[in-house]
Each structure stands twice: as C-alpha cells, then as structure tokens.
Design a protein. Sequence first.
Length: 311
Amino acid sequence: MPDLTNNRDVFYLHTPDAQRLHVRLCGSPRGEPWLVLHGGPGSGCAASMAAWFDLRRHRVVLPDQRGAGGSTPAGSLRRNNVGALLADLEQLRAALGIARWGVVGGSWGAALALAYAARCPHAVAALVLRGAFLTGRDDVLGLFAPRPGGGMLRRVAPAGERLPGARARLLTVSRLLQSGTVVQKRDTAAAWRRAELARLGLRGFAQGRRQGAREQLATVRKYRIQAHYLRHRAGLGKPALLRAAREIAAHEMPVTLLHGRADAVCRPANARRLRHAMPAARLQWVDSGHVADGAMRAALVAAIRDRAWQR
C-alpha cells in the first residue's frame, strides 16, 4: 500500500524514490473525482482552485508536483521529470481508490494533462484545458525574447556578458539558479518573477510589497524547477503533445479547451493546433488573459459543470 500521512484534508504521498507529494483534498468523499494539475512548472496548487468546483458534488484532488508547493524535497531536481510526474499521478489515483477522474490543467498543467491522458486513457473521464502551453521551442523561447523596456536578464546577468538571444537568456537563467551564489539565485528569481507578473498584467502586484526571506527562497525553488523543465522542453515538445492530442481524440475523450484572447504567455495558436488535432473538442475563446480569474474563472466553473460525467 502507498504510504499516506494524513492531516485532515491534507496528506503526503510517499513515492518509492523518497519524494513526499503534498496533496489537498476538497469536497465530498463520495463526489465525482477531479484532479487539478497546476502550472509553472514549480508553482504548486493554490487552495483557491477548489472554488472552480461544486464541493457538494465534486471530490477535488490538488497535488503539488515534485519539488513544488508543499512537496519535498522542496525545489529538488532529482528525478524531477515528466515520466516521474505521470507515475506519481497513477500512484496517487491508486492510493485514493479512484477508478477514473476528470482532469483540469492550466498552462504547463494542460501539457501535463495531455501527456497523462494519452498514457493513461483508462484513468481519464474528461479534460478541461486552460491556456495550454505546448512546450515547443517557440513557446519556451518566446518567454525569454527581448521585450520593450529590457528583458529580465538585463538586471541580473554578470557585467559584460553578452546575451545574443532568447536561448542564451534561458541558459544563463538556468545556470544562475542552479549554481549561482545565494545573491545571484535570489536576484535572478526576483527578476523572473517581476517579468512574469508584468507579462500577466500584474505588475502592480510585484511592486506592492517586498518578499520576506521565506518567500524569496520559495521563489528561487519555483524558478529553479521551471528553468530545468523549460531548458529541456519538459522532455515533451510540441510534436509529442500534438500526437498525444490525436491519441486522446481516438479514444473519444470529452475535451474542453479554454483560451484567453489576450493571453500573452501561451499564444492562441496553441488552442487552434489542439482543436485541429482533436476535432471533437469544444474550444471556447474567453475575454481574458492567461490568469484564471474573472471571465476565465467563470469559464472554468461552467466547463467543469458541463463536463460532469457521473450522472
């Protein structure tokens, strides 16, 4: 039996290779089960994600992926790859005694959901994918391309170092986060956070208050994992995820695609590519950006309700 350490609605799943995955459970134990896959990579699940569901009717499973959120070892890259993440999900499903569950994934979580549903179609009853990140070279390097006002590396790269392109920026960020000094790691992660919040339209949030030491460490750990995955295109890449989408379509799995018209992180072309690979999928354009609030939150609530599969 998998080792579960219980604490009311939160427990830790102990994996065979000595990882501890933080898992939050919400809703009715007898409700329709839904798995939520967070973005990042490295971000962790927020308790507020449970608000997308009807907790009288749904059983919501919110795991933090390896090294992310409350999972330990925090920020670790040891055996932190897609194959291990997929195995973790199957171990979690078995531990909870769930035969099939619906899966909700946003951004990186949508990519992981596609890989999981293609590998384990017997386990997935429905997919709701928001702002899909397809891990292609263009998707990854687009995050590091120069932007008006200067890129994030302008403030953290060593003096005199040339950064001729997005690939160099990514490699520099990854190196600083893995093997830089404590100050370089902190400053690199802080600059990445500011750049990311600005791209999401949340610049004021970044400027609103200073992070404490514990928050700074969590930010370093988050972006260390993210740089690790982005540098290797998560071990997936766009062709692999589009193949996964075609396999999912062959299984006639119900799929809803939600994409913000003003999404500045994951381009609308991603949703169109997925829709082409899964002709039966329901594609809904939302008057929003990348963040799951406002109109996107309402669209998620409606999509989950409409995709109910245990009647």
